[in-house]
Write a protein that binds this ligand. Structure first.
Ligand code: AME
Ligand code: ZN
Ligand code: ZN
Length: 423
């Protein structure tokens, strides 16, 4: 039975105190508790998450540091010190915020963490990525309870605002002295579910470019056939970009070896301009979300964009609203000590790994750009990809297996022998 404290206002805080479901694994109960905290954009209640994380750090006996990267945006760091703290550390990163919901499309309250008879837990953040935060915590709890210690220090970082681009989160944090002090050697961050038996691991990300193309043209009365209108130019721009989109779509379709991460994705996402039915506007704009794989030459791609705009006529310009330029990928050669530790532990567990480029953007891009190898990995196989979707869920058995996976990965990563650069 659910117990709610009388003085609580759960709509405001998102906090609900519940009794332990008899027979439920305590890690699942903790996961469901975290899912009930309303850290939902655009007004996440970060205070409840901070209190929750502080409580866990105290339970685990871990150092807990808070870094306010900008007003109201706090990064929580929990640290499990290694036996050789001079060595570079392992960073386990996750974000605390979740994306909004369209409640009317959900079969259960997205902040209830309802569990059905098959053990599927429905909640916003079940996959993205509250599961991973609790899996890190529970793996460390288990290893500590077994009396284990490893040479390398392990840090868990809990980031705000990843879901709105990380500019008030990880982007600022990597520039802080507190981040430098973590002495990161290797990082894990979020990935995606995989519906098959395999697990997907992401070694890089596409660069997000958000551009708005503005077309200026001759205005006049809507009854006339005016030359060189903004609409004619916008039509040419849209045609060029959508033709390119189609060619990338076909390339993906025709080559079974390619994934979404390997081709450039481009979408027309917003159209604006105009004032009245009978006024030919002097200005019209189109916004595009473009995602570029690390293998594409960014300078050449921008030259192509410029050429498409120039060909559309006079007065066609574009402005960037997002322009990520770092194309660093993390090494997945067997000779790389971090990859060897990661993939070796997975092999020991008979896990099938699929290496891919992440199709969207996560906080990993800032970690890689800061010069640290990072893999995007959320241990969810046999699970449909439901991040940001209605009825996001994760099965409790898949969740529990994820804890076992981290409990094997961490000893392997935190025991990577000193690298040449570490003396
Ligand atoms: C470019 S900042 C926006 C970040 C966002 N991340 C995800 C995972 O949806 C995106 O890729 O659109
Ligand atoms: Zn996420
Ligand atoms: Zn997300």
């Amino acid at each position: 039975m659910d117990i709610m404290l009388p003085e609580e206002d759960p709509k405001r805080t998102g906090e609900k105190v519940r009794s332990q479901d008899p027979g439920e694994h305590p890690s699942v109960t903790l996961f469901r508790e975290y899912l009930r905290l309303k850290t939902v954009q655009p007004e996440p209640n970060y205070d409840v998450a901070l209190r929750f994380l502080e409580r866990i750090a105290a339970e685990l006996g871990l150092g807990c540091q808070k870094v306010e990267v900008c007003p109201g945006r706090v990064v929580t760091i929990m640290t499990w010190q290694g036996t050789d703290p001079q060595l570079r550390s392992i960073l386990l990163n996750s974000h605390t915020d979740v994306v909004p919901v369209f409640e009317e499309h959900w079969t259960h309250d997205p902040f209830e963490a309802f569990k059905d008879s098959q053990g599927n837990i429905y909640a916003r953040g079940a996959q993205d990525m509250k599961c991973v935060s609790i899996q890190y915590i529970e793996a460390i709890r288990r290893l500590k309870a077994e009396g284990k210690r490893f040479p390398r220090t392990v840090h868990m970082t809990f980031m705000p605002d990843e879901e709105i681009g990380g500019c008030k989160g990880m982007e600022l944090f990597v520039k802080r002295p507190e981040f430098q002090a973590l002495n990161v050697g290797f990082a894990l961050d979020e990935g995606l579910a995989n519906p098959t038996d395999a697990f997907t691991v992401f070694y890089g990300e596409k660069c997000a470019w958000w551009i708005k193309v503005k077309c200026e043209g001759n205005p006049g009365h809507g009854s006339r056939l005016i030359e060189n209108t903004a609409a004619e130019k916008l039509d040419r721009v849209i045609t060029s970009l959508l033709q390119f989109r189609e060619s990338e779509k076909q390339r993906l379709k025709c080559d079974e070896h390619l994934t979404l991460g390997d081709v450039t994705c481009l979408n027309l996402t917003m159209l604006s301009g105009g004032v009245s039915f009978n006024v030919v506007p002097s200005e019209l704009s189109a916004a595009f979300d473009i995602r570029i794989p690390p293998t594409v030459n960014l300078q050449a791609f921008e030259e192509q964009l410029t050429a498409w705009c120039r060909a559309a006529g006079e007065g066609v310009t574009y402005k960037f609203y997002q322009k990520f330029m770092d194309q660093t990928v993390t090494c997945t050669e067997e000779s790389d000590p971090w990859w060897k530790a990661f993939s070796g532990a997975c092999r020991d567990m008979h896990m099938m790994l699929k290496r891919e480029i992440f199709p969207a953007a996560t906080d990993s891009r800032f970690i890689r750009a800061a010069g640290h190898p990072a893999l995007g990995f959320s241990p969810m196989n046999r699970t449909p990809v439901l991040l940001h979707d209605h009825n996001e869920y994760l099965n409790e058995q898949v969740f529990l297996r994820g804890i076992e996976i981290y409990a094997r990965l961490l000893p392997s990563l935190a025991s990577v022998p000193p690298l040449p650069a570490e003396g």
